[in-house]
Design a protein around this ligand. Structure first.
Ligand code: NAP
Length: 270
């Protein structure tokens, strides 16, 4: 009996470094705005792929679906983060200073559910516009500036920034709408483009990605179209995220600083 215990113990000791090495070999992704919508689905799919996930949310206590995922996957760590709180971004970056991050995924945004979204310039909500710029453009800039060293020391060295065609001069709808959101995403695109000159020097690849039109809205008709309105071409989060991850998987340094479509990695003109 004692002999069996001894053999078992030495076997365990022999494979322990192997299991640790395997655990260490798991790539790590950090995802902002991970409590709902596309962010939550990103967590689901990276979890299914057995990645280590740092999932941030403004209100971890209220992030019940994210918590449920973390309960069954010990590789999901939930962190509190409002991307406009620069001291909090600094603190999180310091907390993870020794953690290589293979994919930094900036997803969080103020999305256009406010009532001025589909109206003209006379109804621009300037407070909303300022918030959108803080959250959608400056937030990702600060996040990337702080976490670039973590990405640089990883194996994959990728930064994916979820943007929107709404911020593209070439492909946004040819109509007056969403001044607040569109300008914030156009600013974000320029931030990605500008950052790419820094990332290139560090062996890191950064790309903006359009997720398509995704059904993440909890209530139809919130934008004032009435409850029967169905936006044409809208896809479920699972389809968008499968595409986003495919594009990130295939990301090469040649795509540094580009704006890519979730569907096939096509370059979207700015
Ligand atoms: N859905 C689409 O059709 C579509 C189309 C084009 C681009 N996108 C882009 O795709 C990304 C995800 O969109 P979505 O539809 O999933 O949006 P969503 O359902 O509105 O979710 C937005 C996420 O961002 C978080 N967030 C908002 N302000 C934040 C802040 N200051 N700090 C940290 N997190 C914050 C939200 O957290 P709270 O729950 O705390 O508010 C939430 O987790 C966004 O970048 C969006 O612009 C979406």
């Amino acid at each position: 009996m004692r002999l069996i215990a001894l053999v078992a113990a030495s076997l365990l000791a022999a494979i322990a470094p192997l299991t640790t090495a395997l655990a260490a070999a798991k790539p790590t992704v950090l995802i902002t705005g991970a409590n709902r919508g596309i962010g939550l689905e990103l967590v689901r799919q990276y979890s299914a792929r057995d990645w280590k996930i740092i999932a941030t949310a403004r209100d971890p206590a209220g992030a019940t679906e994210l918590q449920a995922l973390a309960k069954v996957d010990p590789d999901i760590t939930i962190e509190k983060l409002d991307v406009t709180d620069h001291a909090a971004v600094d603190a999180l970056a310091t907390k993870y200073k020794d953690q290589p991050i293979d994919v930094l995924l900036s997803n969080a945004a103020k999305t256009p559910r406010y009532m001025s979204a589909m109206k003209g310039a006379a109804t621009i909500d300037y407070e909303e516009a300022r918030n959108s710029f803080e959250i959608n453009a400056l937030g990702p800039a600060k996040l990337i500036a702080d976490f670039l060293p973590h990405v640089q020391k990883s194996d994959q060295k990728k930064i994916a920034v979820i943007s929107s065609k709404a911020g593209s001069f070439a492909e946004s709808p040819k109509m007056s709408m969403m001044y607040e959101y569109r300008t914030s995403k156009a600013a974000l695109n320029m931030i990605v483009y500008t950052l790419s000159y820094e990332t290139a020097k560090k062996g890191v690849t950064i790309a903006a990605i359009s997720p398509g039109s995704v059904d993440t809205k909890p209530v139809e008709g919130e934008l004032g179209f009435g409850t029967n309105f169905k936006q044409p071409g809208v896809i479920p989060p699972a389809e968008s995220v499968a595409g986003i991850i495919r594009v990130i998987d295939g990301l090469t340094p040649a795509q540094n600083g580009q704006f890519l479509d979730y569907k096939d990695g096509r370059v979207i003109p700015w």
